[in-house]
Design a binder for this molecule. Structure first.
Ligand code: NAP
Length: 348
């Protein structure tokens, strides 16, 4: 049985643990904790083995946490590590553990793709380049915003190709996640150099794309406002929506009042961690004028990348074909069922 370890147990790591334990063909060795805080006991109570840096074992034990060993012990046992650390630690972990111990690793979107701290030479998006990850030892899973953009841009390019002149996207980004302790400040903050544009072009190099990013005081998802310029008049709204009817991980909603409505609905429907794990096109916001299509969709920041990381396990460890990996991912995440439930909840 393949052995997987999750290095980092925060917002992303805790969700990955929930998903991986549902797959009885993979063994989750455990999770890593770096702070001896109450999340350690929470993980133990959920049945996960907890591994900590060797020099902190005493500190955790003094607080009466039942620790299963050092992070190095866990990585030694693993076939693949999912690095879910705070941004920037991925490269340190790669140099300290994954490279010397010759372990495959998946990194998250907060890590660098380029420059001296680059952790991998590919950013994954399961809709676009799943097959290219099969033989890789190191892969970055695109961030939630980059993943969401890929899920919308790729089907449009496949359908309309040279009829599209350019994409302009304004990312309206949430400030913090619901579980985050950090304060949400009352300000609209701009980003003078958003990474999302280059990240997307890493896997869709032909996209003529320009991205602006604003951070707003909300904890409830991201909203992307995308403007697509066509050569001549764009296809009709119905034609545009047809592209997404059967897209995995894309729901078409009508008349949600805002991102909070969708998050609330996901909690009401008892989706794991209150996540939808997808993007939601807001059909009432689709506008067509002259050569311009406007399409807006919300992007579940915390859930979006979890099935994507799982797809990477299917690829890097199990070497599954994409169609089989999608079927397996649907089994674990019930993506199609969630899409149906959300679409029927927001249909008028
Ligand atoms: N949050 C999102 O919505 C979201 C969405 C997509 C992608 N991402 C990306 O996913 C990554 C993780 O984000 P997050 O939101 O889950 O962060 P987070 O909640 O702050 O969790 C990060 C975890 O990393 C652990 N950690 C500290 N030092 C570490 C080290 N040297 N090696 C491994 N782990 C270490 C921390 O452990 P302790 O708690 O024990 O100190 C903490 O639990 C980032 O790259 C982020 O950009 C986040």
């Amino acid at each position: 049985m393949y052995q997987v370890f999750i290095n980092g147990y925060g917002i992303i790591g805790s969700r990955l643990a929930t998903a991986i334990t549902k797959d009885k063909s993979i063994n989750l060795i455990g999770i890593a904790k770096y702070s001896a805080d109450e999340k350690t006991q929470e993980a133990i109570n959920k049945g996960y083995k907890v591994f900590v840096p060797r020099k902190l074992i005493k500190e955790f034990q003094n607080k009466k946490y039942d620790i299963s060993g050092s992070i190095e012990d866990a990585i030694n046992q693993s076939d693949l590590v999912i690095d879910a650390s705070t941004e920037g630690n991925g490269i340190k972990n790669k140099r300290k553990y994954y490279q010397p111990l010759k372990k495959k690793a998946i990194f998250q979107g907060g890590e660098d793709r380029y420059g001296k701290n680059s952790v991998a030479n590919i950013i994954h998006n399961s809709r676009v380049n799943y097959e290219n990850t099969i033989d890789k030892d190191f892969v970055i899973q695109g961030s939630c915003n980059v993943t969401g953009m890929g899920k919308i841009i790729q089907p449009l390019i496949e359908s309309y190709d040279k009829l599209i002149k350019r994409f302009d996207v304004v990312l309206v980004r949430r400030w913090a996640d619901l579980e985050d302790k950090k304060e949400v400040r009352d300000s609209i903050v701009w980003d003078k150099d958003p990474h999302h544009q280059d990240d997307l072009k890493d896997f869709i190099p032909t996209a003529n794309l320009y991205v602006d990013a604003l951070k707003v005081p909300s904890r409830m998802m991201h909203l992307h406002q995308m403007t697509v310029r066509f050569v001549g008049r764009p296809p009709s709204k119905d034609d545009i929506l047809d592209n997404f009817k059967n897209e995995f991980g894309v729901a078409i909603l009508n008349n949600a009042k805002g991102t909070g409505d969708i998050r609330k609905k996901a909690a009401e429907l008892k989706f794991d961690h209150g996540d939808t794990s997808m993007v939601h096109i807001h059909s009432e916001l689709i506008k067509i004028q002259e050569d311009t299509l406007k399409i807006s969709y919300s992007d579940d920041q915390t859930g979006m990348v979890i099935p994507e990381n799982y797809m990477l396990i299917e690829s890097m460890l199990l070497k599954r074909r994409r169609s089989d990996a999608i079927r397996q991912t649907d089994k674990i995440f019930s993506m199609k069922k969630k899409k149906r439930l959300l679409e029927s909840a927001f249909q008028n």
